[in-house]
Design a protein around this ligand. Structure first.
Ligand SMILES: N[C@@H]1O[C@H](COP(=O)(O)O)[C@@H](O)[C@H]1O
Length: 191
């Protein structure tokens, strides 16, 4: 079961996918990044995972989504996972891989999602809402940010958190368990 992971940052979710998915079923076959230099790309290079740099407008270092689509057909990619990827996926690419693109969001969607709601912005909004719970959501990617059908969610009590940073740490721990388990289930056709 060939999985491609889209990243833009530190790559802790990529690392957790690499460490915690069942290697008898799942192969991290590609990493795609809109950034040349980030922790996730370093991790991919250290583990000899092919890396593709993506941009809407291609140049000699970045490829466009049309080229990536053909590469994914060649690599027989079964599932695409957005793990901290901060760019919007073009509609044509979503059509080409319908119901095979999933995203992890660091909050309990449908609340605290949408344009601009990524990384610490999310945890700041949750903190200011004085909510007792937060969590992580894995959902299918459709043409609206953080809108697709929810696949799985895990809740966490944040009433003892005194800052957005503390919430982010608690939620990241949840993410690192939730995302590999969802991918393992996909590889076993449980979804
Ligand atoms: N979209 C969000 O961005 C963060 C990425 O972290 P990392 O996987 O790059 O460490 C994670 O919290 C993810 O939910």
């Amino acid at each position: 079961y060939n999985v491609a992971v889209f990243v833009s940052g530190k790559g802790s979710n990529l690392r957790s996918l690499f460490d915690n998915t069942d290697k008898n079923f799942v192969r991290i076959a590609a990493v795609v990044s809109n950034k040349k230099n980030c922790g996730a790309v370093d991790f991919a290079n250290q583990n000899s995972i092919p890396v593709f740099f993506i941009a809407e407008k291609p140049d000699d270092e970045f490829i466009d989504y049309k080229t990536l689509t053909q590469k994914f057909y060649d690599l027989k990619i079964d599932l695409i996972v957005l793990a901290g990827f901060l760019k919007k996926i073009p509609d044509d690419f979503i059509d080409a891989f319908n119901k095979r693109i999933i995203n992890i969001h660091p909050a309990l969607l449908p609340k605290f999602g949408g344009k601009g709601m990524y990384g610490m912005n999310v945890h700041k909004a949750v903190f200011e809402s004085k909510g007792k719970f937060s969590g992580a959501t894995v959902h299918f990617v459709d043409k609206i940010f953080d809108h697709g059908e929810i696949i799985a969610q895990v809740k966490v009590d944040i009433s003892d958190c005194r800052s957005p940073e503390e919430i982010a740490l608690k939620v990241l721990e949840i993410e690192h368990n939730l995302l590999p388990s969802v991918v393992n289930n996909f590889s076993k056709k449980l979804y």
